[in-house]
Design a protein around this ligand. Structure first.
Ligand SMILES: Cc1cc2nc3c(=O)[nH]c(=O)nc-3n(C[C@H](O)[C@H](O)[C@H](O)COP(=O)(O)O)c2cc1C
Length: 152
């Protein structure tokens, strides 16, 4: 992506699933991937496009991402996209509280991406886990395609 300045902020604590997606998007956007503690609320406003991503943990995005955004006084209409990986195939529904926060802070949500991520515990009553081998090649391709759209 030429001319635009992007940053991706990612939390990927469980299997590194979301980090795979973050790295793919960063390749397309030619930008860095940082953790929420590696960047200040003032610093994120220097970027034209801000990607916020995490695994879904207990029905939402990771709280450290929310904490970072809560500390921003005014998002000044900056473009933000959200991405996540989740056990649930319909994971975008877990973005809702983050979206509310972004609206409150005057950010401009330009897109959302979610794909399945492996989880090897007891979840939703399923023993032995769900989504083995996800994200896979097709998820990474979809993430790249999404990132290209975010650049426009
Ligand atoms: C503590 C914990 C809570 C989770 N809660 C949910 C959940 O509420 N809904 C869901 O769909 N997946 C849930 N998952 C599954 C993760 O979202 C999934 O494994 C994701 O790919 C993890 O991303 P990561 O490897 O980047 O951390 C949970 C996983 C963990 C470890």
């Amino acid at each position: 992506m030429e001319g635009k300045n992007a940053i991706i902020i990612c939390v990927s604590k469980h299997q590194g699933n979301t980090l795979k997606i973050a790295n793919k998007m960063a390749e397309v956007l030619k930008c860095e991937v940082k953790g929420p503690k590696e960047i200040s609320p003032e610093e994120i406003l220097k970027y034209d496009i801000i990607g916020l991503g995490s695994g879904i943990y207990a029905f939402g995005m990771h709280r450290s991402l929310k904490r970072l955004i809560k500390k921003v006084k005014d998002g000044d209409g900056k473009k933000v996209f959200l991405f996540s990986t989740s056990a649930d195939l319909d994971g975008k529904k877990y973005h809702k509280s983050m979206i509310r926060l972004l609206e409150k802070k005057n950010f401009n949500l330009i897109g959302e991406f979610n794909c399945p991520g492996s989880y090897f515990g007891l979840i939703f009553g399923k023993k032995g886990g769900v989504n083995p081998d996800r994200p896979d090649e097709s998820d990474l391709n979809a993430a790249a395609e999404f990132a290209r759209k975010m650049a426009f």
